[in-house]
Design a protein around this ligand. Structure first.
Ligand code: HEC
Length: 111
């Protein structure tokens, strides 16, 4: 009988840990700051991407942020994950999680 309860309790703890980990991740995404993302985008991304409506031109190969926001159906978390992974045609910018989340929040506002 006590063995059953031990298993039950350890299962419950595992589920609780997963829930907390999940909440921490989505919490970080919610705390993302689109205004900070805009500053980062204009500094680091504007050479290739059109990052805002008032920017006339970017590089020729890179999609505009408004296009990314509209066509890819990436939510902020998806964009943040993409940015943390090195991408063949894009230099590895070694963004922190917070910076990636801010950029993702900003890209999302360009829809
Ligand atoms: C040196 C040029 C360059 C810079 C700088 C650059 N990008 Fe890119 N980016 C590209 C290119 C080119 C693509 C298209 C890649 C492809 O088609 O495979 C791309 C694709 C992307 C995509 C995915 C679009 C999609 O449809 O999959 C995202 C998101 C993105 N860039 C975000 C950023 C952010 C945010 C920054 C600034 C931190 C940045 N990029 C800086 C060249 C650049």
């Amino acid at each position: 009988m006590s063995g059953f309860f031990t298993v039950l309790i350890s299962r419950t703890l595992t589920v609780a840990c997963l829930l907390i980990a999940g909440m921490t991740w989505s919490g970080a995404a919610l705390a993302a700051d689109a205004a900070r993302g805009e500053t980062l985008a204009k500094r680091w991304c504007a050479a290739c991407h059109v990052v805002s409506a008032d920017q006339a031109q970017g590089g020729t190969q890179a999609p505009a942020f408004s296009t990314i926001a509209k066509t890819r159906g990436l939510d902020a978390a998806g964009i943040a994950l993409f940015l943390l992974a090195p991408h063949p045609k894009m230099p590895d910018m070694s963004l922190s999680r917070a910076e990636a989340a801010d950029l993702a929040a900003y890209i999302h506002t360009q829809k």
